[in-house]
Each structure stands twice: as C-alpha cells, then as structure tokens.
Unconditional design. Structure first.
Length: 409
C-alpha cells in the first residue's frame, strides 16, 4: 500500500527538524561572539561601576566616560571594518576580535590608572566592533540559508549577548574582593569567560565561512563597493542612533540606580541575571516581527517598549517593578539591534551587507559615545532617576523616527 499523506507527515516534519538543527546550532554557537562583544566587554562594566567609582573616586560623568571610551573604540572599529573586509573574511575579523578582546579584558585587571583604563577601553571597543559586525555578516549569510528561519537565526545571534550578561551577573559579584582595587579580580574572571566563549564562537565562524564561500566573496567583491544611498534609510539610521543613546544610559547606570535606591546586592544580582536570561530567550519572541517588517516598523515597536522599560525604575523604586523593567528591557533591546541587520538583509543586495551593517553600527556607536557622558552629567546634577527619564524620552523619539522609515524595495 502506498504511503498516505498522514504517513508521510511525521517523516517530513522530522526531515525539516533535521535540516534546521545544524543552522540553529551554528547560530547559537556564533552568538557567543556577541556575548563577548557586548555582554562581557561592554555591559559587565555596569556591575563593576559602583566598586570602581568608589575605589577610584570618580563622579558619575567620569564613570560614564569609561563606556564612552569603549563606544569611541567601537566607532573606530566600525569605520575601519568595510576597509578591512576587503582583505580579510568576516570570519577572520570575527575570530581576531574575539582573541584580542579576551586579552584586553585581562589587561583591564592589571591597571588602576584612569587614563590607562580609558585607553584600554577604546581599544577593547574597536576589537568588539570587529566581533559584532563580522558576526552580523556571518549571521545574515546563515539566515539566507534558511529564509523561513531568518528572523530566528538573527535573533539567536544577537540574543547571545544575554549569555554574557548571565555570566557576568554570576562572575562579577563572586570575584570583586573587599580589598583595595578588589574589582581587578573581576576583570580577570571576565577575561577567562571571554576565552571560553571565543573557543566555541570561532569554530562556528569558520564553519559558516567555509560553507558560504561564494556568498562571502560576493559580499567583499573584487574592489570597493559602490556607495549606498544613505538618505533612503536616514530615518532608520536616526532612530537607531537615538536607540544607542537611550539604551546605553540604562545599561550603564541601572545597577547604580538600584543600589542607590537601597536594594540589596542579592536583588541587584537577581535583576541582572533576569535581564540576561530575557535577552537569550528574546530570539524566539521577536523572530516573526523581524521576518515580516521590511521597513523601520520593527525598530519603532522595540524602541517604544524600551522607553517604557526605562521609565519604570526611574519613576518607581519597588524591587518588583525593577524586575519587570529588567524582563522587558532584556527581552527587547538586542532585538532592536537584530532589526537593523534584518532591515539590511531585506533591503540591500548581498554585496552591500557589510557596508550596511557597518553604517548602522557607526550611528549606534555615536549614540553610545554621547549617551554615557550626557546621562552621567544629568545624573550628577539631578540624580540617576532623572538621567533615565531622559534616556526614555530619547528612545521614544527614536521610535517615532524609525516608524517613518519605508522599505527600500
């Protein structure tokens, strides 16, 4: 008797699952690169900030300058990436960035001079940009291999930042010692985590590079890529720039705000852990939105939700509302980043992906340069809560601008 449609359905489902698994596994392994670039090299500093500020006698503006320095390096790395990509593959730049970032994080544990730390944060930002942009290009190629899972693949890559947040929420409280410069030991622990994550992520990057040689060659092209028409997606770029200013204010100062509000170290650790877990699971939550929205609507929705999440701890000091804020923020903010790669993938040819992702990364970096300093300056004069209110207003403005962005094709 020939097989019926009911007989073949389970087989087709199992075949589909078998075909999806390698792609999703590679995306998850590749995501440990974003865990290094942002979760460990950028966001872990929020947990170190109170201890370093107290030990080194910083103001909030000086403490914010550390993330501004990191963002400056990130900007320089983003500007350099399209030129470097003509000589080296995205996978090679990704792997080099992973190794360099692990070494630089260890170097931060050897220093206690503010100027030296600032310089090291600039260099770490540049190496992080190589990871994040290179990984974004690889994730976009991987997404093209499974168009029906494209949003999920991109979400998995960017959501991997949450693994870095989770790791830092455990490692930093355990390794900050109650001695002079006791925060230095936390930098060594974070460097070790970077090394472990890098071993997995670099292996995944090599597989994606080798499996997509023709796509990589097309993305690099034989020479300089023709200029993009930036005004056509200026609204998306502007909305993303304001996202960079607003979100980094939250991620830099939220721990200090909660501590100043009298919340215990256990509550703050739990908050940060929840934020990280929410970031990891966000890939599944927003994958459909990233697949459907070809203009700036996805970024607009996510910016608006982030504005709400940022306002909650600024207006209310209850721990349960802080946890709601962390849950909503964690489940949303890296999907805003993923939405820009989805926009590039929807609207630009493969040959322009590296340049398109770099363009968004550049305005993102500009926002992150401005954010910590401005929000820190406001916080010094009017308090941390007022600083987060300003962050929320900027995120709301970013939502309005992104909503005006139409698809390019």
């Amino acid at each position: 008797m020939p097989p019926t449609s009911l007989d073949t359905a389970p087989n087709s489902m199992s075949t589909e699952a078998a075909q999806r698994l390698p792609t999703l596994t590679l995306a998850a392994a590749l995501s440990l690169g974003s865990a290094i670039a942002l979760g460990l090299a950028r966001f872990a500093y929020a947990l170190l900030l109170p201890s370093m500020k107290l030990d080194l006698g910083w103001s909030f503006a000086q403490a914010g300058a550390m993330n501004t320095a990191n963002a400056l390096g990130y900007l320089l790395g983003a500007l350099a990436f399209p030129h470097l990509a003509r000589r080296w593959s995205a996978g090679a730049l990704f792997g080099g960035g992973c190794v360099a970032t692990a070494l630089l994080m260890a170097g931060s544990g050897l220093l206690a001079d503010t100027d030296s730390l600032l310089a090291l944060r600039v260099i770490t930002g540049a190496s992080s940009a190589a990871i994040f942009i290179g990984g974004g290009v690889l994730a976009a190629r991987l997404a093209s291999a499974r168009p029906h899972d494209a949003g999920l693949v991109l979400g998995l890559y960017y959501g991997g930042t949450g693994w870095g947040i989770v790791a830092s929420s455990v490692l930093v409280p355990l390794t900050i010692l109650n001695v002079a410069h006791g925060w230095q030991f936390a930098w060594f622990a974070l460097a070790a985590a970077c090394a472990v994550f890098a071993a997995v992520a670099i292996g995944a990057a090599r597989k994606v590079d080798s499996a997509h040689v023709s796509a990589a060659a097309a993305a690099r092209g034989p020479g300089p890529v023709a200029g993009l028409h930036w005004p056509r997606f200026s609204m998306a770029l502007a909305g993303y720039g304001l996202f960079g200013v607003g979100y980094i204010g939250y991620m830099t100062f939220i721990v200090a705000l909660l501590r100043n509000a009298g919340m215990s170290a256990a509550v703050v650790t739990g908050f940060y852990l929840l934020l990280g877990v929410a970031t990891v699971v966000s890939a599944r939550v927003w994958s459909g939105l990233l697949d459907r929205m070809r203009g700036g609507q996805a970024l607009a929705v996510l910016n608006a939700l982030l504005a709400v999440a940022t306002l909650l701890p600024a207006l209310f000091a209850q721990p349960w509302l802080a946890f709601v804020s962390g849950l909503l923020f964690g489940a949303t903010f890296l999907s805003a980043v993923a939405s820009t790669t989805a926009f590039v993938r929807h609207n630009l040819p493969v040959s322009h992906w590296a340049k398109g992702i770099s363009a968004f990364t550049i305005v993102f970096a500009f926002g992150q340069i401005v954010g910590p300093m401005v929000i820190g300056w406001v916080s010094d004069g009017a308090g941390l809560a007022r600083g987060l209110v300003y962050s929320a207003l900027l995120l709301a403005a970013g939502a309005v601008l992104a909503a005006c962005q139409k698809p390019l094709r």
